[in-house]
Design a protein around this ligand. Structure first.
Ligand code: PRP
Ligand code: URA
Length: 209
């Protein structure tokens, strides 16, 4: 599918398997989410723009590349997307961080927005939206729509595990947005949880099971 990138790196696949395990406790779960976000970020940011600058090494003068453009913005979808922020900040320590709060109704599975605070000059920045889980796609679709309404133009989304239903809904709603997925799972169950998935990502990150 155009604009959908599914990770194949063995390190990412291995860490996602550990993340899925029922026996993985909160501390290790948090650490893995952060590491996976960093590894996925390395792949997702391979097209960052650069410009040439003149520098001096201890040996001689030379012209070398540095990152170009406005500072990127990382936008986690609360709560679970927060777990991916530090992994990306390790790659982009100068990034701004916005927040979008979305809670999925347990009965209807529809997302309810409850918070939004985004950096200024959105149209000039690369915006990286993080959420470990893409299930029905409702939360990510609404979050990206809000970012676009506030001026966002260049948007990439990163989800660790996705269901085919969510990918289809998201690409139909936002065909212009690049979507990076750690693993594409089989389907949703009757409660709109991803199978095999990893359970409730927010509860596992924050220990609220
Ligand atoms: C989870 C997850 C996504 C959403 C995915 O969040 O982190 O945001 O569900 O489901 P969807 O694709 O069907 O919208 P949840 O609403 O449970 O909130 P939490 O992160 O605070 O636990
Ligand atoms: N949200 C989660 O945290 N997990 C799922 O499987 C689906 C939605």
């Amino acid at each position: 599918m155009k604009n959908v990138h599914i990770m194949t790196h063995p390190l990412i696949r291995h860490k996602i398997t550990m993340l899925r395990m029922e026996t993985t406790g909160t501390q290790l779960f948090r650490q893995l989410v952060e590491e996976i976000a960093m590894l996925m970020g390395y792949e997702a940011l391979a097209d960052l723009p650069t410009r040439e600058v003149a520098i001096r090494t201890p040996i001689e003068e030379t012209v070398q590349p540095v990152l170009d453009g406005e500072k990127p913005a990382i936008v986690p979808i609360l709560r679970a997307g927060l777990g991916m922020v530090n992994g990306l900040l390790a790659l982009l320590p100068h990034a701004k961080v916005g927040h979008i709060g979305m809670a999925r109704d347990e009965e209807t599975h529809l997302p309810h927005p409850y918070y939004c605070k985004l950096p200024s000059s959105l149209s000039d920045r690369l915006i990286i939206v993080t959420d470990p889980m893409l299930a029905t796609g409702g939360s990510l679709c609404d979050a990206v729509r809000e970012i676009k309404e506030q001026g966002g133009k260049h948007i990439k989304c990163m989800c660790i595990i996705a269901a085919p239903e969510g990918v289809e809904a998201f690409t139909a709603a936002h065909p212009d947005v690049e979507l990076y997925i750690g693993a594409l799972d089989r389907c949703l169950n009757e409660n709109a949880y991803i199978c095999p998935g990893l359970g409730d990502a927010g509860d596992r990150i924050f220990g609220t099971l």
